[in-house]
Design a protein around this ligand. Structure first.
Ligand code: ASP
Length: 321
């Protein structure tokens, strides 16, 4: 693919948006668009998503722009620029996005040097016949699409990595709840839904590790037949439960989003490890804009941001155990 300059890219990307993303429903306006996101940074992400939608964007535009806010923030050490690196000191990003109307998804895994993996994932969805791109190929695709590679390791993240590296007998592959998180966002308006998520994954992970976030049906899923869901927490475990697809499936069988989240936790509780201490969290929305949010236990509570009727607020989710 020939590289294109950023201006051409932006023009063609917005043309692709018009042609590939599901157009807004005629009766859709911000007042009936609901945005639900994980963690405290979801408040700002939702506000940006709502402003994007209000400005005439599609749900996919809204999700992308909302998630970009968190990816661009160096103070969020679990997403995008400023994310903590893998065991070799390289920031390795994962993201995925899905349009519930077209049933198309796009994702990138192990993406280096590009601070907005959700935007690259969107272009995988809209500009290729593929769904998932990984590693060097994903980076080359991003460059061809006009993204500029940059150093994603901030001095704060470098300092944290050096401290870990230089600690004798440092724990590997899992160091605690502060060192992984995701921005997951689900949205509904006018009977349509969409979902997206973006993360730097587990701090100090083995290079090449891919968990739930960029895998369709795991970190995110959206289907206008029922609703959308996203997951955050220990993705090495949650992947094995295909969490987001499970929840959407249950909503399609008539469950309220909250009950669908509980059903997922019931299913996980039969076999997942460390139920009282490990972090397993989910959010869900149905096509009517009803929402659900749940964490497995009280030790790792999920905070989520909800935007409805033009207003945003941060809440603490119910816990299952
Ligand atoms: N699920 C993400 C991962 O395991 C991290 C998180 O959401 O906390 O990579």
């Amino acid at each position: 693919m020939d590289p294109i300059d950023r201006k051409t890219f932006l023009a063609s990307a917005s043309a692709a948006t018009l042609s590939a993303a599901a157009p807004r429903a005629a009766n859709a306006d911000t007042r009936d668009a609901v945005f639900l996101s994980t963690w405290k940074w979801g408040v700002e992400a939702n506000a940006k998503a709502a402003a994007t939608f209000d400005g005439g964007g599609s749900l996919i535009d809204a999700i992308e722009k909302g998630i970009n806010v968190v990816e661009n923030d160096p103070n969020v050490t679990t997403v995008g620029y400023g994310g903590l690196p893998n065991a070799e000191g390289e920031v390795e990003l994962d993201a995925g996005i899905m349009d519930g109307t077209t049933h198309r998804a796009g994702s990138v895994c192990n993406l280096h040097k590009i601070k907005n993996p959700i935007s690259v994932a969107r272009l995988v969805m809209e500009r290729t016949r593929h769904t998932t791109m990984a590693g060097e190929g994903a980076l080359q695709f991003a460059i061809a699409m006009g993204f500029t590679p940059m150093q994603l390791l901030t001095s704060r993240a470098l300092e944290a990595w050096l401290k870990w590296k230089n600690t004798p007998d440092h724990e590997t592959f899992w160091i605690g709840p502060e060192h992984h998180d995701t921005i997951g966002m689900v949205a509904a308006t006018g009977g349509r839904v969409a979902a997206g998520c973006s993360t730097s994954g587990l701090a100090w992970k083995i290079p090449g590790r891919v968990a739930d976030s960029p895998l369709v049906g795991c970190g995110y899923f959206a289907d206008d037949a029922a609703g959308a869901a996203s997951a955050t927490g220990d993705g090495d475990v949650m992947t094995n439960y295909v969490t987001s697809k499970h929840i959407v499936q249950k909503m399609s069988e008539g469950m309220h989003p909250q009950e669908a989240c509980r059903d997922l936790m019931r299913y996980m509780a039969k076999s997942a490890r460390d139920l009282r201490t490990n972090m397993y969290c989910v959010i869900a929305i149905d096509t009517r804009g009803q929402v659900g949010a749940l964490s497995m236990n009280a030790a790792q509570p999920l905070h989520y941001a909800l935007w409805r009727n033009g207003q945003g607020a941060l809440h603490t989710a119910e816990h299952y155990l």
